[in-house]
Design a protein around this ligand. Structure first.
Ligand SMILES: [Zn+2]
Length: 305
């Protein structure tokens, strides 16, 4: 047997505490991280934001205790540094990833009961809503933060949550069954409402192309829709096909971006009638009128909380 290869992994650089946690006059406690880094802090600041620290500092000290007491904490230096920076004067929050934000919330809110950081923590969570809606929803649900949960749930409407042949998203590991059930319920109601806006155009002012050229050659006698004020007009075959396909898309992904959907480009290719104004009006419909109606309908649906 040959000799094992020597371990050439460099030892991690020791953590160096930076301002405002360096040794300074006035600092009257040391938080020592799990990996041995010393954070000089002011008891009055920690007591002000955290009832847990407040109680800890009120405990009587033994006579032999050093003037600046050392408190061993379970957090590593990196975690402790990020957590303290979330509220400490002279520091500003540093959190690059959602996992870091989640850890900060766990340490500050769940462990040390620092409720004053909740608004800042929510702002940081919201930044990840668009990229990681399920993960943000799970965290918000756990803390009962309805505002952030609602934003994340709304972002989740761009995802299909009903596809059975894809692996479960890893975010589900951090979500209770109840949380996921409530999200699915919201998603389903939004899908149904979105689908309705495709099947019935009673909410839409009839396009000018319908009013000025009600029997244009591009229309199909087989397909008529009732518009706002019960105005009934025939529509082109491709328009009917477009609405029907989109009803299916929106049922599954109610937050789909209409202008980015494949069906839009298919319809565009067929919308160029030289006899009426249907082409520009179709683009306005997909870009403005329909998205506005969908947003209005989604806003009516409340996330159960
Ligand atoms: Zn036409």
């Amino acid at each position: 047997m040959s000799d094992p290869l020597p371990d050439i992994t460099p030892a991690p650089e020791p953590f160096v505490t930076e301002y405002p946690f360096t040794k300074a006059p006035g600092a009257d406690a040391i938080l020592r991280s799990a990996d041995g880094a010393d954070f000089y802090v002011h008891r009055v600041i920690l007591s002000l934001v955290s009832p847990v620290f407040e109680t800890m500092f009120q405990l009587p000290q033994p006579d032999a205790a050093p003037a600046v007491p050392v408190i061993d904490v379970q957090e590593t230096s990196a975690v402790l540094d990020r957590a303290l920076r979330f509220f400490y004067p002279g520091a500003y929050p540093r959190a690059a990833t959602l996992e870091e934000v989640q850890e900060i919330i766990k340490v500050l809110v769940s462990k040390y009961d620092v409720q004053s950081v909740v608004p800042v923590a929510k702002q940081h969570l919201e930044k990840f809503c668009s990229a990681r809606p399920l993960a943000v929803y799970a965290i918000a649900f756990q803390h009962r933060w309805q505002d952030v949960a609602t934003l994340a749930a709304k972002e989740s409407l761009k995802l299909s949550l009903r596809t059975l042949n894809t692996p479960a998203p890893p975010e589900l590991n951090g979500m209770t069954a109840i949380a996921y059930h409530d999200l699915l319920h919201y998603h389903y109601l939004c899908g149904t409402a979105a689908q309705r806006t495709a099947y019935s155009l009673l909410w839409l002012d009839p396009p000018r192309a319908m009013v000025t050229s009600p029997n244009c050659v591009c229309h199909s006698r087989n397909h008529a829709y009732t518009f706002l004020n019960n105005a009934r007009y025939t529509v082109p075959e491709w328009f009917n096909t477009y609405l029907t396909s989109m009803a299916g898309v929106l049922t599954i992904t109610p937050g789909a971006i209409l202008r980015e959907n494949y069906n839009f480009y298919v319809a565009l290719g067929q919308a160029k009638c030289v006899h009426c104004t249907i082409y520009p009006e179709f683009i306005t419909f997909v870009s403005n009128e329909w998205p506005a109606k969908l947003a209005e309908e989604m806003d009516k649906i409340e996330l159960k909380f």
